[in-house]
Design a protein around this ligand. Sequence first.
Ligand code: ATP
Length: 460
Amino acid sequence: MSVNSGESKKNVKKTPNDFIFGKVIGEGSYSTVYLAKEVDSSTEYAIKVLEKRHIMRERKTQYVMREKEVLMKLNHPFFIRLFFTFQDTDRLYFVLSYARRGELLDYIHKLSSFDEPCSRWYTAEIIAALDYLHTKGIIHRDLKPENILLNDEMHIQITDFGSAKILKDTKEEEEAPVSGRTNSFVGTAQYVSPEILTSKKAYYSSDLWALGCIVYQLMSGLPPFRGGHEYQIFQKITKLEYEFPDGFNVVAQDLVEKLLVLNPEQRLGCEEMGGFEKLKLHPFYEGIDFDHIHEQKPPPLVPFLPATSTNPENIWSSYRAGFDDARMVEIITQTVITDDERKKRLEEQQQNSKYHKFVEGNLILKQGLVDKRKGLFARKRMLLLTEGPHLYYVDPANQVLKGQIPWSEELRPEAKNFKTFFVHTPNRTYYLEDRESRSQDWVAKISEAWQQYYGNKNKK
Ligand code: ATP
């Protein structure tokens, strides 16, 4: 793979006055990241500002120095680049390439899972990046979707090298204890490899384990090792306890099974198993040109909708005729609720509905059992559309309120077919399957609530 022309490590010392600092892009535990523009060139950068006192107090000097050292060694299109560093009495400044499209994790949350071309593409970019990183003698050790940023062209930009390990001899496989990092697995324990947990040793192929977790997650919607507590997740990792949901692509399954191997020397892609060349030849990557992938346009990120016999992709041509008029009249006449009517219905609801306790005193306009999908995983939920408007979802078996779909003017329902409908919100598309195959009824009711609460506002 060709790399960028190495202009990044200029010796010119910049100062904060060389930049216009704009909005805050993000906050880390030890830093604040700002969008900034260089005064002379008008080039946009992300500037990571670290408070010296805070770093010393938290004993993170080594972590910060390691991040800088690794970034200075890297010059490749799939990594965040460090262009300048400087400091003043109180702070350190890292001037980085700006990954305008944010974290890969946000796209996973938004879409639940990726379709096959996108999963193939983005994991292929990760492979190309890891191939480069390992030839530089660096193990990332904390690869996960929130450390994979995206640039304007939607190519990956791997970041966060605070826990990386630089091996002196690039042939060296085993390395020193993973000091201190076990504490920082909070909330993202899912991608850590078994050898880091059991022997506190990391190998190049520890990154291949994380890759296996990411392939699984992109294809299915959730990481393979899950649990309520970190301890449960660690137990599952060390026992290789995970399953593939129904509908998981068989070729991708073969790949994941070859990456999620307890013995680090038996993972596809490690030196003992034929290296990255062997991994790139896996049938899942058929058609990928790894050497030029950074110059090509990534496929658009679209959600994956599992097709089943009851859930065919294109059924609108056979949708029952005359639905709109008849159904709309029915719906519209139902909606005008007088105060007396509301009072009566609320009393009835209070006495007879076991779901009344979840809806904060709001009148339920429609309720029904749905499967709430996340990629290939689905959970049975009672969906409750109420005045307000609100969309509550309750675990019907345990009678527990699980959450709400956040309403806003941007909320938009969409029927995909008889069974499936989407509720699009700015941060997430919710996938719902009506158990009675009447997704259109949900869409009509939600649209009607939208009209009632937001429609008139737009007419003003
Ligand atoms: P911690 O330091 O606690 O591990 P972190 O790695 O998330 O946290 P930072 O690297 O300081 O912390 O980043 C903070 C936030 O800023 C992150 O959410 C990240 O998405 C965003 N960010 C960091 N670098 C860039 C960049 N170059 N371009 C765009 N966004 C960035």
